[in-house]
Design a binder for this molecule. Structure first.
Ligand code: PGA
Length: 233
């Protein structure tokens, strides 16, 4: 696991610039993107500096089981933070159909689409409870895309994102699905993430802190700002 630490005001511009470069290097990239507060300033830098997702296929990391159009949904957040600010859309956008008759089949569909070409990059955030996507504490490292019951803290996050109801369930790419990506970027910002980042980076690897599994991946970069990295030795 590689660690890159930036001053708080340099973090988003630096990570945004790296994302611009990453997606410009190759056509046909397949990238999984997180939503939430953490990546928002990074996506703002990406679009402000002319980043393009033309030639890129985008996969949403996770989704709340909230009605279509709810502002707290991850597809809505990705749209607001990134997609609607781009001059041209990505080549493909894969989001979760939470209205599917069978959510189990919807998860299998997502797994199949990802398996057919893999992921070149997964951009993920770190939950205050150590989750990645909605892989809550207790998740196994070989878990696949599935419907999950949300931790109370994750349910509360939805309200912070503008949800009109409190979701108790979500769909997430599994830890095993993510660990199969070529490269993983863990974005972490803010002093309130310092304790959990320290546990993810230095504590035991296991289901209590699913983010710790990223240490078993050979090509993970942690992009942290100095406040988030405050407790790392
Ligand atoms: P946040 O959420 O970026 O809104 O803090 C991160 C996460 O829960 O993965």
């Amino acid at each position: 696991m590689k660690l890159e630490i930036f001053a708080a005001d340099e973090w988003a511009p630096a990570v945004g610039a790296r994302l611009v470069r990453f997606v410009s290097l190759r056509n046909g990239l397949r990238v999984c993107l997180a939503t939430g507060s953490t990546p928002e300033p990074v996506y703002a830098e990406f679009t402000a500096s002319g980043g393009s997702l033309e030639g890129t296929e985008v996969f949403l990391l996770d989704e709340f089981l909230l009605p279509v159009g709810d502002l707290g949904r991850c597809d809505e957040m990705l749209d607001r933070a990134l997609l609607q600010r781009l001059p041209t859309p990505p080549d493909a956008l894969y989001t979760f159909d939470v209205t599917a008759a069978s959510l189990q089949e919807e998860c299998e569909r997502f797994e199949d689409v990802i398996a057919d070409g893999g992921l070149d990059l997964a951009v993920v955030g770190l939950g205050g409870n150590g989750h990645i996507g909605m892989n809550e504490p207790g998740s196994r490292s070989d878990s696949r895309t599935r419907v999950v019951e949300l931790d109370p803290s994750t349910q509360q996050n939805a309200a912070r994102y503008g949800a009109t109801a409190r979701p108790t369930w979500g769909i997430t790419l599994g830890m095993g699905t993510l660990l199969a990506a070529e490269e993983i970027w863990l974005l972490v910002s803010g002093r309130h993430k310092a304790e959990i980042l320290e546990r993810a980076v230095s504590g035991p690897i296991g289901p209590e802190v699913p983010a710790s599994y990223l240490r078993q991946h050979g090509n993970t970069i942690v992009y942290a700002d100095e406040p988030a990295a405050a407790l790392l030795s």
